[in-house]
Design a protein around this ligand. Structure first.
Ligand code: ATP
Ligand code: MG
Ligand code: FE
Length: 353
């Protein structure tokens, strides 16, 4: 079984072909083409929706051709065409969705609408034959949530951020320090040479009931410290980055702990913890979660950085998981700029995505 996946919800245009690995479970990535638009948005300090949509149109057709060629397959060898239908910027989603529907119509193959967050949550199973149910930590530029993944199409959100997403916090703090967008990787690099104990930043929600996150207070505390410092020196910036990152790691670890507890109350013991989303590339977060899982006797599945960030393989894989279960979509499926994961469950039970 082979699926072509298309991703255009934000600022990465991506197309990939993934196949099912028979026997051991998991899948094989036959091709995974990603073109980032970061350079086109950098001057604006964030993603500009109109520029994003046009940039997807400019490159998507060639990217699909390349994904098929590098996978050494033709459209006739593909079993279904999947595209992210949301959540995300409607203009971009429309580009990917329309391309996928066109290919499905022309080839007579099924079309599968994939929820972008579902794809982040299922990516772990592409690289590791992990069983349901498991706990997924989704941390990206637009989302921060803990999800009980009970099966394909069966998700229960245990907690989410009440204000900023983790990536947004990294990006905003980076911007305050004059670092380019997206700032997450720059903060991580600076933090490596900084003192994580120099500034005592707040750890919002620590120990709080439930599994929600709050990160805007932390960001504000960093802003106040920068104002107090006046002109931060290079060493100040390194210490700010390290202290900020240490605080966010503490918050994430505490919230994952709370998530594991909540999970046990609703869905039994999780088979493991997985991460997804661009912030999942952060080494300090990965190390802290590795420690936590070792402590708890939980398996920790952390996809490599390129599979944490937005990519086509995750959409293809989610499409493959759906196809295996007969969850294909109608060609009339409309873009869903907002599409919470919990909403999927009731639809999937009717056999339609
Ligand atoms: P969505 O929320 O819809 O998934 P997105 O496109 O913003 O959207 P991703 O592309 O998955 O999400 O992630 C991008 C985010 O990840 C940016 O905020 C970026 O700063 C952050 N990021 C990437 N690498 C790192 C890192 N090493 N440390 C911290 N943050 C990082
Ligand atoms: Mg992105
Ligand atoms: Fe994403």
């Amino acid at each position: 079984m082979r699926v072509l996946g298309i991703e255009t919800t934000c600022d990465e245009t991506a197309a990939a072909v993934v196949s099912e690995r028979l026997g051991g479970g998991g899948g094989d990535i036959l091709s995974n083409e990603v073109l980032s638009q970061i350079a086109q948005h950098a001057a604006y300090g964030g993603v500009v929706p109109e520029i994003a949509a046009r940039a997807h149109i400019d490159v998507l057709d060639r990217l699909i051709v390349r994904a098929l060629a590098n996978a050494k397959v033709e459209l006739k060898d593909i079993d279904a065409i999947a595209a992210a239908a949301g959540p995300g910027l409607v203009g971009g989603v429309l580009v990917g969705l329309t391309a996928a529907k066109g290919l499905a119509l022309a080839s007579g193959k099924p079309f599968i609408a994939v929820n972008h967050l579902e794809a982040h949550a299922l990516t772990a199973r592409l690289i590791d034959p992990l069983d349901f149910p498991y706990l997924a930590l989704l941390i990206s530029g637009g989302h921060t949530q803990l999800v009980a993944v009970r099966g394909v199409g069966d998700y229960h959100r245990l907690g989410s951020t009440v204000d900023d997403a983790a990536g947004e916090a990294f990006d905003k703090v980076a911007k305050m320090m004059g670092l380019p967008y997206p700032g997450g990787p720059h903060i991580e690099t600076l933090a490596q040479d900084g003192d994580p104990h120099r500034f005592e930043f707040p750890r919002p929600m620590l120990g709080r009931e439930g599994a929600d996150f709050s990160l805007s207070g932390l960001k504000t505390a960093v802003r106040q410290e920068i104002i107090r410092l006046g002109e931060p020196t290079e060493q100040d910036k390194k210490d700010l980055a390290a202290s900020f990152q240490a605080a966010i790691v503490d918050v994430i670890v505490d919230r994952v702990r709370a998530g594991v507890r909540l999970f046990s109350e609703t869905a039994g013991r999780p088979s493991g913890l997985v991460i997804g989303g661009g912030v999942g590339a952060n080494g300090a977060i990965r190390r802290a979660l590795t420690r936590l899982c070792a402590e708890r006797g939980l398996r920790f599945v952390s996809p490599p950085a390129n599979l944490c960030a937005d990519n086509g393989a995750m959409i293809a894989w989610a499409g493959l998981e759906r196809l295996k279960r007969g969850f294909t979509s109608d060609l009339g499926f409309a873009p869903r700029p907002r599409w919470p994961l919990d909403a999927i469950a009731s639809e999937t039970h009717h056999g339609k995505a």
